[in-house]
Design a protein around this ligand. Structure first.
Ligand code: SF4
Length: 68
């Protein structure tokens, strides 16, 4: 499975937790941006660590939302 990552910019409070966990995938300035890919497990860990639940993960093959 490969996750597509979407950031809810309105919800993101730029805490930086996502970048700390998966710096290959996230970069945080005023708001988090997706800059690349990382292993699914790491991306899921980052999504779960987001205090604002601003990271949405979608299964790229099925289009099914897998988080939150
Ligand atoms: S952890 Fe969540 S709120 Fe914090 S920068 Fe990343 S997406 Fe934004």
């Amino acid at each position: 499975m490969t996750y597509e990552i979407e950031i809810d910019e309105a919800a993101c409070a730029a805490h930086g937790d996502c970048e700390a966990i998966a710096p290959e995938a996230f970069e945080v300035d005023d708001v988090a941006r997706v800059i690349g890919t990382a292993p699914d497990e790491l991306v899921m860990e980052a999504a779960k660590a987001c205090p604002s639940v601003a990271i949405r993960l979608v299964d790229a093959s099925s289009g099914r939302q897998v988080y939150p």
